[in-house]
Design a protein around this ligand. Structure first.
Ligand code: ADP
Ligand code: MG
Length: 208
């Protein structure tokens, strides 16, 4: 999976650029139920990744994921930096170097557990976990179905709208958090969608 440097470089750059392009949308979501910095936080992380793009692409996929995760933990403030950082570091740690699609399922599972432990949270509380957990279920059903994964992640982000937040800043609003999409759920869906579309376009998703 992503064994050549150029495809890793292109994937990292495309995902980082998508985050930067959607920063205003993420900030607007966080203005509604948080403190309005989610787009800024995510953009800062994406810019840190782009600044280090060449050396990140030099690494194997697991090592590159760990490197991106560490950059996010160090450079991104707020709840989302450490949580996304934990996700990517755990994903990198759990992925074997020559891993295939099945290994990705187990690694994604381990990464999800790590975020839950770090955030003292679980799916159902209107957070990024409400996209990451259904994404795992989708991967378990078929680890080689990027279009289905994209669609599931998008639907899961939409499904956070009627939920009441029980974690993060949005939880301070109580019932008033109902009726808005969770910013972290949206950024997770955006990242998953961008990864899936990029892998689909290059034919990587159908491979091992
Ligand atoms: P902050 O909340 O510190 O301002 P961000 O605005 O960057 O940080 O990120 C907010 C997002 O982080 C939320 O929309 C939610 O998806 C996610 N989040 C916050 N706390 C948790 C938690 N304990 N577990 C999982 N996700 C969380
Ligand atoms: Mg915020």
């Amino acid at each position: 999976m992503l064994s050549d440097r150029e495809s890793r470089r292109a994937l990292i750059a495309t995902v980082a650029q998508a985050v930067i392009d959607h920063a205003d949308e993420l900030t607007a979501l966080d203005q509604a139920i948080g403190d309005g910095d989610h787009g800024i936080n995510m953009k800062r992380g994406a810019e840190a990744v782009l600044a280090d793009l060449d050396s990140l692409a030099d690494k194997t996929l697991p090592e590159g994921l760990k490197g991106i995760g560490m950059a996010l933990v160090m450079k991104v403030g707020g709840a989302s930096g450490p949580l996304y950082g934990t996700f990517l570091m755990s994903l990198g740690k759990a992925l074997p170097e020559e891993g295939g699609a099945e290994d990705l399922v187990a690694a994604f599972d381990a990464a999800l557990q790590a975020v839950m432990a770090r955030g003292k949270s679980h799916p159902g509380q209107k957070t990024m976990l409400d996209v990451l957990a259904p994404a795992l279920e989708c991967l378990k059903a078929d680890p080689r179905a990027p279009a289905a994964l994209s669609a599931a992640a998008g639907a899961a982000a939409e499904a956070t709208i009627p939920m009441q937040a029980e974690r993060g800043r949005a939880s301070f609003l109580g019932e008033r958090s109902i009726g808005h999409m969770d910013p972290g759920a949206r950024s997770s869906a955006l990242i998953i969608d961008t990864v899936c579309k990029t892998l689909e376009a290059t034919g990587e998703a159908a491979g091992t």
